[in-house]
Write a protein that binds this ligand. Structure first.
Ligand code: NAP
Length: 475
């Protein structure tokens, strides 16, 4: 399968002065927005970006089936210049469309001219004499900046478990977040997918119909819910814009728990009759995506009895789509693996049906673990060796702190890595003591993985999230 190839071209030749007011690390939603704001206010600002183009997570995560699980227009910038003439094709856009969106953002806001692409920040050392951070890049340059803003997101450092014999495998293997731009041929191949998180679910349902054989290594079943994606007409979007709905949608994001256009109902579910509860669940279900979870009554997350009721509802839906009894129990067990919604729910469209194919097996890692990678494939602890042409590592990230601690950051009293090794300490989820004028958004103790990225990474409303932006802008 060959994903769409990016069209944004970016240069590494961006002029980078030795002295700056603000240096941003990363040019995804957060970095782009900050660059736009700081520049508008007359600060000297540049962003350093390891990728060759804008987009952050949407640049890196180009694995087959990568798709956002938040609907449009909630998942986008609320900058009028950007939204007024941008039109999406799908309710839940795929990675290729998001890549095109970032190109549009660049055309509108002229971001790339202040981004140094294909370059990594290696270290940042605070100089107490000058009150500046000396930031070194992997191209040998050093920049001295007053403010260091880490827009590194929560999932920029891939996690690959230390599998024994990992490098001995002779076939093709890729972590999903480092999927080659030119794609990987999986048609007719023997493929393994390790991991069944949001990424694993998307890869499995995408490649399942075309691979020769598929082995899914599952540690925890994914209580995935249907997305019910559909194409969206340009005129449908234009009408909402014409009627003045877009600013209302964006405002609504500021009023809900996780920055969507809907939220939990604060009344107990038990106040409804069993029949009314059932109808409610059905209504939320057919709306697709997270509604059944985050648009439900609050106590489905806090009352174990109501949570069981929701799990039972979900399970009935899942079982109806899985033919084999044993497979039913592995994918949708009678005893819930964890409270419904306490582990991030994923969205899918044909995930469960893939397991009805005769060429798809599920390796239940609660029964047999991965013992080692071999030159031909993977051997499990039961002694079975499976041979593969392609191994897909959908094993997630060194989340939340990893993007920051992979940089050697040294404040006046030591490194951030050493400090956080003793326990994560932050101020309002935007800074940490003894690292002066260093801030982040969408990182440790921020709403981060529990929030709609484009909103939470850029919010300029009075909230802890924007405390640092307000601080810098009024300094
Ligand atoms: P993830 O949720 O951390 O899932 C990693 C998977 O790998 C899990 O199934 C995990 O099992 C498994 N795993 C980890 N170590 C393993 C090992 N040693 N052996 C076997 N299996 C192992 O990562 P992700 O799926 O990439 O998702 C990360 C985050 O990215 C999501 O929470 C979401 O916020 C975001 N995301 C969003 C979208 C979207 O918007 N549509 C799509 C993809 C990802 P356990 O569950 O047992 O730990």
């Amino acid at each position: 399968m060959t994903p769409r190839v990016a069209t944004t071209t970016a240069s590494t030749t961006t002029n980078l002065p030795e002295q700056l007011d603000v240096l941003l690390v990363g040019a995804g939603f957060a970095g782009i927005y900050q660059l736009y704001e700081f520049r508008k206010r007359g600060y000297s600002v540049k962003a350093i970006e390891a990728a060759s183009e804008l987009g952050g997570t949407w640049h890196w995560n180009r694995y087959p089936g990568a798709r956002v699980d938040t609907t449009i227009p909630i998942y986008e910038f609320s900058i009028e210049e950007v939204w007024k003439d941008w039109t999406w094709k799908e309710r839940f856009p795929g990675q290729g469309e998001l890549e095109a969106y970032f190109k549009h953002v660049d055309e509108k806001l002229d971001i790339s001219r202040d981004v140094v692409f294909n370059t990594r920040v290696l270290s940042a050392k605070f100089n107490a004499r000058t009150d500046r951070w000396a930031v070194t890049l992997d191209d040998g340059r050093t920049v001295h900046t007053r403010f260091l803003s880490l827009c590194t997101g929560f999932a920029s450092k891939p996690y690959t478990p230390a599998f024994k014999g990992f490098d001995t495998f002779q076939g093709v293997k890729h972590h999903t977040s480092r999927w080659p731009k030119e794609g990987v041929e999986v048609k007719g191949k023997r493929v393994a997918v390790i991991g069944t998180g949001a990424t694993g679910v998307q890869v499995i349902q995408e490649i399942g119909p075309v691979v020769g054989n598929l082995s899914v290594f599952q540690r925890t079943p994914n209580l995935a819910v249907p997305m019910f994606n559909r194409p969206v007409e340009a005129k449908e979007q234009q009408q909402l814009k014409d009627e003045g709905l877009y600013p209302i949608y964006y405002k609504r994001r500021t009023q809900t728990y996780i920055g969507l256009d809907y939220t939990w109902t604060p009344k107990p579910l038990v106040d409804l009759t069993p029949e009314a509860r059932r109808i409610l669940f059905e209504e939320l279900w057919v709306q697709g995506g997270f509604r059944i979870w985050l648009g439900n009554h609050e106590d489905v997350g806090t009352d174990p009895v109501r949570n069981d009721e929701l799990y039972a509802f979900w399970r009935t839906k899942a079982l109806a789509r899985i033919k084999d009894k044993k497979m039913q129990e592995k994918l949708a067990p009678a005893v819930k693996p964890h409270p419904f919604g306490h582990k991030r729910i994923s969205c899918e469209h044909s995930y469960f049906e893939i397991f009805n194919q005769s060429n798809v097996e599920l390796v239940d890692m609660s029964e047999t673990d991965i013992a080692e990678f071999t030159p031909k494939g993977i051997r499990t602890t039961d002694g079975v060796e499976r041979e593969f042409d392609v191994i897909v590592l959908a094993t997630g990230f060194d989340s939340v702190t990893g993007g920051i601690t992979q940089i050697d950051i040294e404040g006046p009293k030591g490194t951030v890595r050493d400090k956080w090794a003793q326990g994560l300490r932050t101020y309002l989820g935007v800074s940490t003591a003894d690292f002066p004028n260093m801030f982040w958004v969408y990182g440790p103790h921020g709403p981060t993985a529990f929030c709609n990225g484009p909103y939470c990474a850029v919010s300029t409303l009075p909230s802890p999230r924007s405390a640092f932006l307000a601080f810098i802008l009024t300094y």
